[in-house]
Design a protein around this ligand. Structure first.
Ligand code: ZN
Length: 137
């Protein structure tokens, strides 16, 4: 669980928001909830896959950003692209673009929260890709 500072949708005060992520049966889920101390608004939200980007960035501030690294990336590139396409459902072009940007940083194929990277690690492993998770410095 991570506590981030966000804005109440109703009174727009800054409040603490609780964010949870879990990986169950290969599905990544997130939950978000708060009880606003100013206006008593109560919110609970949940969805699957990666966190919405604005919330994700705030979680990074609290718990760091994590990277997943594959050794011998060049050799396994085709397999990894296939896996990532399956996992995230993005087009091959988008993915090549993303890998190109990341490649300069020696084998990093994706970055995100710790739970997201643990989940990705498992998904990759199921497809025969070994990787390691490190915290971005
Ligand atoms: Zn409020």
């Amino acid at each position: 669980m991570t506590i981030i500072i966000g804005q109440c949708y109703k009174c727009h005060n800054s409040i603490e928001i609780e964010v949870n992520q879990t990986a169950i049966h290969e599905k990544l889920r997130w939950y978000l909830s708060y009880n606003c101390p100013f206006c008593s608004a109560a919110i609970e939200m949940d969805d699957v896959n990666l966190l919405p980007e604005d919330i994700r960035q705030k979680v990074f501030l609290e718990e760091g950003e994590w990277e997943i690294i594959v050794e011998n990336l060049e050799k396994q590139k085709r397999l990894i692209i296939k896996c990532l396409r399956q996992i995230f459902g993005i087009s091959t072009n988008e993915l090549y673009q993303k890998l190109k940007e990341l490649n300069a940083k020696s084998g990093v194929i994706y970055s995100g929260t710790k739970v997201e990277m643990d989940w990705l690690y498992t998904r990759l492993q199921m497809n025969g890709v070994e990787s390691i998770i490190v915290q971005r410095k």
